[in-house]
Structure formats: structure tokens, C-alpha cells
Write a protein that binds this ligand. Structure first.
Ligand SMILES: [Zn+2]
Length: 238
């Protein structure tokens, strides 16, 4: 599937629409760009792995495949720089969009989607949130059931992680300073949003400088090629 990179004016539009949204909705907004083959009403029902795969591909199209990020060591706090490659993260992924299903004690479940995450977004207690999420993902259960969801949360989470591995991208890291190892959670939605935010703000700063210097409109300035714009910015001393 060939993905078109958003033009600069479209980056600004995405940024403007996402600015006031919750991170879950921002991810869906970006996913809508990355998956024009799907109606946006269907996106909240995609597995979280399908959303993350779309966002990784959008990241690759917009900013390239190499990702540099800073992570603080969980043990000693030392900051280290890590480099990731979207191609590596997208290697051997399954392309299933719909949440996979599984069974525990005659209860039928599916892996979570964005709609489920939204229902627990305000839950402060992590254990409580896990149980609620599992309830949300329960498709059917036998009558007169007495299964305590809290007792199968851990088992369900392991199965979910196997069925939808891209839902949570974990990085096995080792600190260069203290030598300790840990698993860091890599959130492509948050990373991509931060990059789009930075790109939009620098574009607006360029528009601001050139509009002030030459009196051009925003659309006139965005219509200039990046090379011409950079040259004009150099001439006005930016
Ligand atoms: Zn360390």
C-alpha cells in the first residue's frame, strides 16, 4: 500500500485538528491519514497493533525510517540515546486489522481496540483499569458465570500480547552506565505527534518571519519550495 506524505499545509491541518484532542484520538486522527482505505468510523474498532503499524508507516513516510529518542535508565536515571528503525519494527508483522479473539474458561474475549482504551482513560488505578479493559473485551460468557475477571487478567494480558504484538512495542534496553536491563514501552503515537507538533510550530515560525518581512500570506509562503523559503529566510536574517 503506497502512502502519500502529507504536504506542509496538510501537516498544519492535522496539527490544528489534533492539538486539543486526547492522545488516543490523536492516534486515530493520524491513523485516518495513514489508512485512507478505511472509513474513519471503523478506526476505533481496529486492533491497537493495526493502529501502531499504520503510525509507524506514516512516521516513515513523513520523517524517514530512522528514529532517535532519549530514554532515562529505569535503575540509575542516566539518560541514553537510542536509535530505532521503523523497518525493523515492522518486520514480520501480521497485517490483521480486526481484533483477534481467544477463550479463557469458556469466556470469549478479543484483543483491545482504541474504543476500549477510551473507556478506561480516566481510570487512575492500574489494576482496576486492567479488569475494566478485560470486561470491555469480553464478547460472550456462559450463563450463571462466576469467573472473577481480576483472577485471569494476567493470563489474558499474556495472550493479548501474543495475538497483537504491535499493540505494545517493548524495547529491551541495557543501560550503558549501570549495566541493568529493562523493557521500555515505545509509544509511536506520542512520538509521531511530538514530531508533527515540532514540524508545525517551525513551519508557523517560518510563515511568521516571512509574512512580517514581505507581507506575503500564509498560503503564498507555504506554496514556496522549502529551498526558496530557506533562502528568503536567510536574506531576512533568520
Ligand atoms: Zn542505568
Amino acid at each position: 500500500m503506497h502512502m502519500q506524505a502529507p504536504r506542509e499545509a496538510e501537516i498544519l491541518e492535522l496539527w490544528e485538528r489534533g492539538l486539543a484532542r486526547h492522545p488516543i484520538d490523536r492516534a486515530l486522527l493520524l491513523c485516518a491519514w495513514a489508512r485512507p482505505d478505511l472509513p474513519s468510523s471503523q478506526l476505533p474498532d481496529l486492533s491497537l497493533g493495526a493502529i501502531n503499524r499504520a503510525l509507524l508507516r506514516l512516521r516513515e513516510t513523513c520523517f524517514g525510517s530512522r528514529i532517535s529518542a532519549y530514554v532515562d535508565c529505569e535503575h540509575c536515571g542516566e539518560r541514553m540515546e537510542i536509535t530505532l528503525d521503523t523497518g525493523q519494527l515492522l518486520k514480520d508483522v501480521n497485517e490483521k486489522d480486526t481484533p483477534a479473539e481467544f477463550e479463557i474458561s469458556n469466556h470469549r474475549f478479543r484483543v483491545p481496540c482504541s474504543r476500549d482504551l477510551a473507556t478506561i482513560a480516566l481510570e487512575r488505578d492500574i489494576k482496576e483499569a486492567s479488569v475494566k479493559l478485560l470486561e470491555q473485551c469480553c464478547l460472550s460468557h456462559p450463563d450463571n458465570t462466576d469467573l472473577e475477571f481480576s483472577s485471569v487478567v494476567a493470563e489474558a494480558e499474556t495472550i493479548m500480547a501474543n495475538l497483537d504484538p504491535e499493540a505494545n512495542i517493548n524495547l529491551a534496553l541495557t543501560c550503558e552506565d549501570c549495566g541493568e536491563s529493562w523493557l521500555a514501552d515505545f509509544n509511536i503515537g506520542a512520538l509521531l505527534w511530538d514530531e508533527i507538533d515540532a514540524r508545525a510550530r517551525s513551519l508557523l515560525a517560518e510563515v511568521h518571519s516571512l509574512a512580517r518581512a514581505y507581507g506575503w500570506t500564509e498560503s503564498e509562503i507555504l506554496a514556496l519550495s522549502p529551498q526558496r523559503r530557506a533562502t528568503y529566510l536567510g536574506m531576512v536574517g533568520i
